[in-house]
Design a protein around this ligand. Structure first.
Ligand SMILES: [Zn+2]
Length: 107
């Protein structure tokens, strides 16, 4: 089968996980796993499917029910910002390696 069908299969699983977490929120048991902020029942926006182990660190656990939890938008965005910063730092390190010659002198 093509990679496309694998993708849509995972999309469906992701939808199920979101529905499970939505049920948790609706039952009044949904709190952000990072900061503990309570998400009131019936809230459909303002929270995200958070990954306890980052997708970058463990892609195979992206859709693992034990690796996902309700995460408030604030924490989700903050986590995304940290990931972007880490990438930016990594690029910077590579860039400075290109700029220095093997003896460590900067060109
Ligand atoms: Zn939070």
């Amino acid at each position: 089968m093509s990679a496309g069908s694998e993708w849509s299969r995972q999309r469906r699983r992701r939808g199920t996980i979101r529905a499970q977490l939505q049920a948790q929120v609706d039952s009044g048991m949904g709190s952000c796993w990072r900061c503990g902020r309570w998400i009131p029942p019936g809230t459909t926006t303002g929270w995200h499917v958070g990954h306890i182990i980052g997708q970058a660190d463990s892609p195979e656990q992206t859709f693992d029910r034990s690796n996902v939890a309700v995460e408030c938008a604030k924490c989700n965005l903050r986590a995304a910002g940290r990931r972007t910063q880490a990438k930016r730092r990594a690029r910077k390190r590579r860039a400075s390696a290109w700029l220095s010659d093997p003896e460590g002198r900067f060109l």
